[in-house]
Design a protein around this ligand. Structure first.
Ligand code: PGA
Length: 252
């Protein structure tokens, strides 16, 4: 079986976007993507839940796909303020980010919670983007690879496959800071994740491993060329189509 992996450039809008400006940006992005005959990579935007349906509607006939930023493990019930994987799918989502470091930190999400959310995504047919990454303190203590191993082993559902799961390596200290690890550092962590996955999944060679943390137009080509980097998870630089497009363009 070939280990050919189609790159995925994913935008995470986080808690940004009101209808007016977001409609403009998604139309702009969809128009740019639609001009490419057969895009060589997958293009994804994960807007806040309030915009899911509208963004999915607008991008429907374009190569741009839509995903959620989080989901509750349960299908429905008394969980005020949460949304389920079924709701993300119902609104037009195809993917769902789970275990982003902002949720792990702000909402105290453990690996077990993240795994339950990834299972929920799988239950409803969404591709789970499972995020892992070390803090600066952990990096400085030389614990990066141990932390990543622990997160990967314990956040992935037993039924994870290359078809239903993507892993995003996002060093916490690189998110929103303008700092990035060196290409060699990224290469080492991605190789480590690939090796760990071999013990967990039959099709580990085909799982897409994204890098995230201060990816922008000016550093995307270098990062996307790193061995075992199969795409990017982009925050700040995904909010405007004109900033996001140069990143997509490195893979298209
Ligand atoms: P950033 O965020 O690109 O703004 O650093 C990345 C992320 O949190 O996914």
């Amino acid at each position: 079986m070939s280990d050919e992996r189609r790159k995925l450039i994913a935008g995470n809008w986080k808690m940004n976007g009101l209808v007016d400006t977001s409609v403009m940006e998604i139309k702009d992005l969809a128009a740019r993507a639609s001009k490419i005959d057969t895009p060589a990579c997958d293009i994804l935007i994960c807007p806040p839940a309030t915009l899911l349906r509208e963004m999915a509607r607008i991008s429907l006939d374009s190569p741009v796909q839509i995903g959620g930023q989080d989901c509750h493990p349960n299908e429905k019930g008394a969980h005020t303020g949460d949304i389920s994987a079924e709701m993300v799918k119902d609104a037009g989502g195809k993917f769902c980010i789970v275990g982003h470091s902002e949720r792990r930190a702000d909402h105290g999400e453990s690996n077990e919670t993240v795994r339950a959310k990834a299972e929920a995504a799988h239950r409803t047919g969404l591709i789970a983007i499972v995020c892992v990454g070390e803090t600066l303190e952990e990096r400085d203590a030389g614990k990066t690879l141990d932390v990543i191993t622990d997160q990967v082993r314990n956040s992935l559902p037993a039924a994870a496959t290359a078809a239903n799961t993507v892993i995003a390596y996002e060093p916490v200290w690189a998110i929103g800071t303008g700092k990035t690890p060196t290409a060699d550092d990224v290469k080492a962590v991605h190789a480590h994740i690939r090796k760990d996955l071999a013990g967990l999944m039959n099709d580990s060679g085909r799982v897409r491993l994204l890098y995230g943390g201060s990816v922008k137009g000016s550093n995307a080509a270098e990062l996307m060329a790193v061995e075992n980097v199969d795409g990017a998870l982009v925050g700040g630089a995904s909010l405007k189509a004109e900033d996001f497009w140069p990143i997509v363009n490195t893979c298209i």
